[in-house]
Ligand binder design. Structure first.
Ligand SMILES: Cc1ncc(COP(=O)(O)O)c(C=O)c1O
Length: 375
């Protein structure tokens, strides 16, 4: 087997949280958070929520424990529940569809387009009198066609909830992901563009009444210590993670710029290999954040094994679409129901392109792929 000449790591957390990178975060925790004893909600969470809302340009940001929790809260805030349908796509992390099921609604799928996003051309056919929300995903950190999705949803009077979990900082024109829907959800899972040292999420809205409901519901329905005005849950962002998130939000534009620079090297380097491996079209005016850099490859599994043997830590997101998972058997789908998603599941490969890699790693990756197909 040829020598591995470079390691192209999939995870960057050891670099991102190296001692010199976390000094300011740990200082704030040691010198401000711990002496304050503000360990449930309070000023550190509020400061992060305000900073995040200002960054994406939305009125209200409400911190949650996870992106999954943010999605569940978003759906519940619109009254989605048993008997309702929510339209989404089957090529996503299971949490999107799990959130629909968790509120008691039925997921209805539409196929994906060639950019791995909800195919807006198929959306209208999936709408029924039971459709209570449309839930497009910013899959992999790319943007779905929000203009068309909003136009169709608006014509039918159906609210849009954005699953922007992978996509803090993504934009269409000058509008950020998460500002198009009635309510939107973000994740701060460690491998998201904005991450924390554990789990975290955010739900956002411009609607004052929905925001007030979300704040109450997130905190047991507590109006104050002694009065509970409605049933709720505990979905409070940890102040520790709010501090981490606020510091890292200050660095996010640099993170996105580095990911875009790396993605350009991959796009350009792979273009001559188009007959073997294709990267998606990047619509003008979309700013992607490359939570995952996806490409569709022939002989995908062989390519994956070859690249891993060369130190390029590629992954597959995901080999089995949600509608064909065991958990979804009650929905009654079968192979062939969503042919684009199913084809993509057999072709898609995730190539590391994060901010702790440089152009030399991208070039090495391109060279390895070229060798696999052409040598
Ligand atoms: C598209 C999508 N939705 C939802 C989630 C759930 O987020 P979390 O892991 O923070 O619960 C994730 C990622 O984990 C995701 O990629």
């Amino acid at each position: 087997m040829p020598a591995v000449t470079m390691r192209v790591k999939y995870s960057y957390l050891d670099d991102q949280f190296a001692p010199d990178q976390v000094e300011a975060i740990l200082r704030e925790i040691r010198e401000e958070l711990i002496p304050s004893g503000e360990f449930t909600l309070g000023p550190f969470v509020e400061r992060f929520e305000r900073t995040f809302a200002d960054y994406i340009g939305v009125k209200h940001a409400i911190g949650t424990n996870t992106g999954t929790g943010a999605l569940i809260l978003a759906l519940r805030s619109l009254g989605v529940g048993p008997g309702d349908e929510v339209i989404s796509v089957p090529n996503t992390f299971i949490a999107t569809i799990g959130a629909i099921v968790a509120v008691g609604a039925r997921p209805v799928f539409v196929d994906a387009d060639e950019r791995y996003q909800m195919d807006a051309d198929r959306l209208e056919a999936a709408i029924t009198p039971r459709t209570k929300a449309i839930l497009p995903i910013y899959w992999a950190g790319q943007c779905p066609d929000m203009e068309r999705i909003l136009e169709i949803a608006g014509r039918h009077g159906i609210p849009v909830v954005e699953d922007a979990c992978p996509s803090v900082g993504a934009k269409i024109g000058d509008r950020f992901a998460g500002t198009f829907g009635r309510v939107s959800a973000f994740s701060m899972h460690p491998l998201k563009p904005l991450n924390v040292m554990g789990d975290g999420g955010i739900v956002v809205t411009n609607d004052d009444a929905i925001a007030a409901w979300l704040r109450l519901y997130r905190n047991h329905g507590l109006e104050d210590r002694d009065h509970v005005s409605m049933w709720g849950v505990n979905e409070r962002t940890q102040p520790f993670q709010a501090i981490v998130a606020r510091h890292l939000l200050g660095r996010i534009e640099g993170v996105i710029a580095a990911r875009n620079r790396n993605a350009r090297v991959l796009d350009e380097g792979l273009a001559p290999l188009r007959e073997f491996i294709r990267t998606p079209v990047r619509p003008a005016g979309h700013r992607e954040v490359y939570q995952l850099f996806l490409a569709s490859a022939t002989r995908r599994n062989e390519l994956r094994d070859f690249l891993v043997s060369r130190g390029v830590e590629v992954k597959v997101h995901y080999p089995i679409p949600v509608h064909l998972q065991k958990c979804a058997r009650d929905l009654g789908h079968k192979p062939g129901d969503f042919p684009v998603v199913e084809r993509q599941a057999g072709e898609v490969i995730t190539i590391p392109s994060h901010q702790h890699l440089g152009p030399e790693h991208m070039q090495y990756t391109v060279d390895c792929i070229r060798e696999f197909y052409l040598a």
